[in-house]
Design a binder for this molecule. Sequence first.
Ligand code: GLA
Ligand code: ZN
Length: 675
Amino acid sequence: MKKTYLNKAFPHLLHGGDYNPEQWIDTKEIWDEDMRLMKAANCNEMTVGVFSWSTLEPREGQFDFAFLDEIIERIGKAGGHVVLATPTVAPPHWMAKKYPEILRITKDGNPPALSLGSVRGKTCFTSPKYREKVGIIVRKLAERYAKDPAVLAWHLDNEIYGQCFCENCRKRFREFLKEKYRTVENLNRTYWAKWSSGEVGSFEEIEPPHGGTAYDALYLDWKRFTDLSIIDYLKFQSDIIKSIDPDAVVTTNLMPQRDYDLFEFAKILDFASIDIYPNWGRPSEVGEAIDSAWQYDYVRSLKNRPFMLMESAPGLVSWMPQNKLQRPGILTLAGISAVAHGSDSVGYFQFRKSRGANEQYHGAIVDHEGSENTRIFREVSATGQTLKKIDEVCGCTAEAETALFYDAENLWALDIVYAFSPRHTGYYREDVQYYGVLWKNSIPADIVNSNSDFSKYKLIIMPMQYIVSKKLEEKIAEYVKNGGTIYATYMLGYADENALAHLGGFPAGQLKDVFGIWNEEIDSLLPEEEQEIEFGGKSFTAKEYCEIIHLRTAKARATYQTDFYRGTPCFTVNEYGKGKAYYQAFRDTGEFKNFAIGRILKELNVKSCIASGREGVSAQVRTDGEKEYLFIENYSNEKAEDIVLNGLYEDLLTGERVSSVELCRFGFKVLRRIK
Ligand code: GLA
Ligand code: ZN
């Protein structure tokens, strides 16, 4: 397998992060210190320019690149590399004042208030005036820096997300609908608009769903449209850069916890990047570790190759309700975890703490104190030292036999659908909990959606896949027929891609044959209610959702123990073609899925990265097809002894040969396989 690096010119792990030197433009001695400290922190990458627009174009049409010239040169001379951001997340204040049409309009129809600094993240994705201004600055930056040897890659905008209800966006939305439906009758039919007499007479009458709608399909179309507008806006920037330097590589920092379709975004990026801000500092760190690992695997799966961890917090953040300090060891372990799951970088926000404004107490590598003599600095520096020692993993990716399904359209539909209380049905949370079963068993996983290739997986776990299109229905049937195993749950296949309910019983169409069941009703339990499940001689708890299903060809493996549906099946398996389809008809508290999927993993002989683990320990493998690197991480509050490996390995940090290891609290190992 060919190695793919973030940038061929510098095929090494990156360590660094956001650097905002324009804040210190009048104190060059700070810049001198920064270069010294960059080296002392074992950093080799700085992301610059994210918030530089007002420095680069202080007045309309007056450009001054002196600061950026100097800083890029200084970083290069100090042995560092630059990821250069387009500054378009935060236009200068004068621009917003002079051209208010560049601003996003909120769902209540208002522009943002224009106090100082308020324009960040508040511009419209379709505004022609903003495109014009963005086009000018991006072109100038590309012409000046694209060929600069210190510049490794381009970071487009920053954490781009949101929606705009301005006149232009509304007009574009109508055009999008017209293109899709052709006639307004088609749209009315698809939206089921006769319900409550909601039919429209022309496309011009349609408004985006301001703060919710009764017509689920309208909401789905709006989400699709906003994603496409953002993607188009990013592509506009990327096209300019590539027209100047066809070899330029572009990325942007994605946020997997937000509700946008990252698979679509990834199509226009050369590599994917992630920002991640876990809630470290809980009594147990395991939950955050699983959530982070899910996010990393998602971002790696977008392009099936290494990605960039662009931002994480060194220390604490400033915007959580409770800004906890990270315990000693977590910073390095979290960085190594990103690499374990496929990142070729460990990046932080930010290098030096802002002296004032909103982020003055947000964690940074260099604190207000200013030296390398802080706990966080030492941990960052140690992380950089470790990355140097494990640099040979750069370019390797993961080979997973299992996949977890996560689908943006399904997320949107479950966010808007009525009837299943509580309103927000917790799809993300549930997906991560299923992923946790694999994590706890040290089993690598890809995150996939309807467009992915299913054939390479022994097992696909598909929680709460409410939206099932004809295409997905056929793909599932084909996959199982050819020998795949699928594990689906409650809410499978109720509606099509327009959120219209499937007729003829759930789950959709031939999925009734694949799973061998028919699902008649779903019970939403009261918060204090529980349902008891009997499975394999053990008792488990169901909560929140219980479906009442009927067997067709499937065999019941577990049954409900209480209420009027006592004795009816709630966990089934069906043989279909050469494969098997499992159905879990209820939401469990975690124990059931661990137990049930644990058994299936054994039956399918899915390979674990280690021979025997411990609670709170997880292992991952990165490989280029020849060399194999094993990462083991310990998130438990205890030392983890006797972790037995699947063979003989060399420890990349100590050079020792090992076939079993012991990890201290928040400890880790990076090992190369010998045999
Ligand atoms: C986001 C932004 C950064 C910074 C951090 C603070 O990730 O991209 O510029 O504001 O939040 O946590
Ligand atoms: Zn707009």
